[in-house]
Structure formats: structure tokens, C-alpha cells
Ligand binder design. Structure first.
Ligand SMILES: Nc1ncnc2c1ncn2[C@@H]1O[C@H](COP(=O)(O)OP(=O)(O)OP(=O)(O)O)[C@@H](O)[C@H]1O
Ligand SMILES: [Mg+2]
Length: 416
């Protein structure tokens, strides 16, 4: 979460434009802004010096970028809202803090770039989904409030969340202990279960979209925000930009399947969980294409193989969440929640076992489960099979009968 001083909104926009114009990379910009903040971060002139000293831009270029950034902020107006500072910028949009005048409350306004106006089908979907999302009401979902068009831009008004996103924390190099991560993932799964039951699929579950309030409440953001392009196309087009690498995208979204369902969200949540407890994304690569290929083909390294202190149970749940074939994932978000709660209570994740059993019976494609899963699965199979159907039962019965027959023979021989 950026510092909210006088210059922070300009700074974020300046950084974004510098990256977009190919003048510097995202990490160079971040390093520069960090150093500027470390030295007090007071004036934009000092920031300009930092960029120039590092040979990233000339003073002339910086001035042009600065002008573009301030225009971006000041040009936008929505009737009924008083726009305040910029909160952040993702790959597709810029988010501002604003006051909703009628209710005298602070909200967040997401403004989409003008290019979206060119696609009437997308706009219709954006407006329809936004209105539908405003009907969702859940403590773990960032409340959608309003959606519409002003001038040349479309906007999405939502609840303002004061806090940090999971991504912000991961970017600081901090990862989560298992208990805290489980708590956040359970809250997010609650949000998803509610949305799924109402017919919503998020399609973009990732650390950027999970915000944590100061009281530790997890809020899932961007519910109901339609994606314009196919996920693969969007990810490839953003190559090298902030959104760039599709670390949390499901294999079926990469394949561009039209029938994306709740299981894509379960995969995204699994990948987020993985990153939170290991500090590493599940599949990395030099380009978005490499990452996507790995989501499709490369077996998942179980999280407990990377971090020995991660429990086998959590690892097993993540492996089911991130199964490449969606029929091997959880059959419902409520089933996932049952397992997450069981693991949080120190119990066995029964649904993960069951799901995996069904997946193998269905002749699922080459499984990538760890030895831990295979082993526990065997135990589970033993536990679930009725005694009468187990070979050991019949061996014991046969040997019992044999013993009785032998005893009778011995008695008969002895008697006579
Ligand atoms: N409801 C909100 N309340 C407060 N801050 C928000 C809210 N929604 C978004 N933000 C801030 O704005 C930033 C940009 O959000 P945005 O959704 O545009 O991008 P993102 O989720 O970071 O990435 P992507 O573009 O890949 O979805 C976020 O990182 C967050 O800091
Ligand atoms: Mg977002």
C-alpha cells in the first residue's frame, strides 16, 4: 500500500507511465521510488533527480511523464463523488480514494482505461456484472457499490479497504506462517463459496486481490469485474508489465476454455496459498509463456518439500486445489472449506482424500501427487473399505476354518 502523502498519487502514476513507456523496468522504478521515500520522499523534483541520476530518464522526459500523470488524475470526475488521491494502479486500471457525497462516506473508485470503450460487448458485460456484484453482500467481499460511465471512462465504485493486500506483504519479502495463512485462506474461501452459490466466478483470485484490514479481516476485491480478453491473451499482452506473469491462473483459463467454473477460483486460491506459505510462486519462468506452460505440464513441487515446516495436511489440500485436471480438485467450495477448517483444527482433510480417490477412479490423467498423498490415500482406502470386503478378513476366516478342521482330525485320531 503506497504512502498516502501529498505526492503519493502522482508518484504511482509517474512510475506506471515510465514503465508503460518502456523507459525503465518495474523493478527499477520501484527501487527508485523506494530510495526516494527512504530519503523523506518530500518533493517530486527530488524524485526526478533520482530517476535522472540512474540514467533512466532525462529531465525533459520526466516533465512530460509528470504532466501526463497529473492530467490523468485531474481529468476524471464522477457526479456525486469527490475524487481524492490515487490508491494504486494495476495492469488494467487506476484506483482512487473518493468521497461519496450523498452518504458522506469514503469509497474506492476504479477507473478503466479508455481503450475499453471500443468494445461494446465488453462494456455491456462490465456494466451488467458490476450491477449484479453490487447485490452480493458478504463480510469477506469488497462491497461493490456502483458502476457506470463518465466522460470517456468507465468506473467501478467499491468499499474502501484501509489496509494492505497479501501481495504488498509478499513483495516486502515476508511470507506467512501456516496458521495466519490458513485464517486468510479460510476467509477468502468463505467469500468464494458465497459468490459461487450466487453464480459468480471471480476468475482472478490472487494475492493482489486479497486485502487485509487493520483488524485482520480478509476482503476479496474485484468480484464481478469482467475480463475483456481471454486470460491467455490478456496475460501475453501484458508481458513485462506489472500484471505480466500469470502466476495464479488455472490451466483451463490458459487453454481458453469457455466454460470456466468455480474450480478455476479454487486453483487461483491454491496458488495464492502456496505463495503465502512458501514465499515462492508455484510455477516461475522467464516469460509469461514459460509460466503458463508449467501450469499446464509441470508437476507441482509440494509446498512441504520447499518448506519443511509446512504440514503434510496443508500440503495435501493445496495439491488437490491445484490439480491440473479440474475434476481432481474439490467438488465444491464448501468441501474445500470443510477441509481447510479440519486442517486448522489439527484434523485430517477428509475431502482431499475422497476427491483424490474419485479422481483416480475416473482414470484421470497422469497424477502429480506426492508420495505423502499416495501413502495416506492407501491408509484411507483401508479405513473406508468394509471389513468383509478386505482380503485379510477372508484369509483370517479361512485359516480359522482350517484350524478347526485340523483340531477335529487330531481329536478323532486321538480317540480312535
Ligand atoms: N477497495 C479498495 N480499497 C483500497 N485500495 C484498493 C481497493 N481496490 C484496489 N485498491 C488498491 O489499488 C491497487 C490497484 O488495484 P487494481 O485492482 O487495479 O490492480 P491489482 O489488483 O493490484 O492488479 P491487477 O491489475 O493485476 O488486477 C491495489 O493494489 C490496491 O492497493
Ligand atoms: Mg485488483
Amino acid at each position: 500500500m503506497p504512502q498516502q502523502n501529498e505526492t503519493s498519487h502522482d508518484t504511482i502514476m509517474i512510475g506506471k507511465i515510465i514503465v508503460e513507456q518502456g523507459l525503465a523496468s518495474q523493478s527499477q522504478v520501484e527501487e527508485c521510488i523506494e530510495s526516494w521515500r527512504d530519503t523523506g520522499g518530500q518533493s517530486i523534483e527530488d524524485l526526478a533527480k533520482m530517476f535522472v541520476e540512474r540514467d533512466l530518464v532525462t529531465f525533459g522526459q520526466f516533465k512530460r511523464v509528470q504532466k501526463a500523470a497529473s492530467q490523468h488524475a485531474s481529468q476524471f470526475e464522477i457526479p456525486g463523488y469527490k475524487m481524492m488521491e490515487m490508491l494504486g494502479a494495476g495492469a488494467m486500471a487506476v484506483v482512487y480514494r473518493a468521497k461519496q457525497v450523498s452518504l458522506d462516506r469514503i469509497v474506492a473508485v476504479k477507473v478503466l482505461p479508455k481503450k475499453f470503450l471500443k468494445d461494446p460487448e465488453y462494456i455491456a458485460r462490465f456494466l451488467a456484472e458490476g450491477r449484479a456484484a453490487a447485490k452480493l453482500n458478504h463480510p469477506n467481499i469488497v462491497q461493490a457499490i456502483d458502476v457506470g460511465q463518465s466522460g470517456e471512462s468507465h468506473y467501478f465504485v467499491m468499499e474502501y479497504v484501509e489496509g494492505q493486500s497479501v501481495h504488498d506483504r509478499l513483495q516486502e519479502g515476508k511470507y506467512y506462517d501456516e496458521k495466519t495463512a490458513l485464517d486468510i485462506i479460510i476467509q477468502t474461501a468463505e467469500a468464494l463459496a458465497h459468490a459461487h452459490e450466487k453464480g459468480f466466478i471471480h476468475r482472478d483470485v490472487k494475492p493482489h486481490n486479497i486485502m487485509i484490514t487493520k483488524k485482520g479481516i480478509a476482503k476479496l476485491a474485484d468480484m464481478g469485474l469482467a475480463r475483456q480478453m481471454s486470460d491467455e491473451k490478456a496475460a501475453l499482452e501484458e508481458e513485462g508489465k506489472a500484471y505480466g506473469t500469470p502466476y495464479y491462473i488455472s490451466p483451463e483459463q490458459i487453454r481458453g476454455r469457455a466454460d470456466i467454473d468455480f474450480r478455476a477460483d479454487i486453483y487461483g486460491l491454491g496458488a495464492t496459498f502456496y505463495h503465502m506459505i512458501t514465499g515462492k510462486v508455484p510455477f516461475d519462468g522467464a516469460t509469461p509463456k514459460d509460466v503458463m506452460k508449467r501450469h499446464l505440464k509441470e508437476p507441482l513441487v509440494p509446498p512441504d518439500h520447499i518448506m519443511p515446516n509446512v504440514s503434510a495436511h496443508v500440503s495435501e489440500v493445496i495439491e488437490v486445489m491445484m490439480a491440473k485436471e479440474r475434476k481432481e480438485r474439490y467438488p465444491s467450495t464448501r468441501d474445500l472449506l470443510a477441509d481447510l477448517r479440519a486442517v486448522a483444527a489439527g484434523e485430517v482433510p477428509m475431502q482431499a482424500h475422497k476427491t483424490f480417490d474419485l479422481g483416480s477412479l475416473a482414470g484421470a490423467e497422469a497424477n502429480t501427487k506426492s508420495a505423502v498423498v499416495d501413502f495416506s490415500e492407501g491408509i484411507k482406502a483401508m479405513e473406508q473399505t468394509p471389513l468383509i470386503a478386505q482380503p485379510i478378513f477372508w484369509i483370517l476366516v479361512a485359516s480359522g476354518i482350517l484350524n478347526i478342521v485340523l483340531l477335529i482330525c487330531v481329536i478323532m485320531l486321538w480317540m480312535g
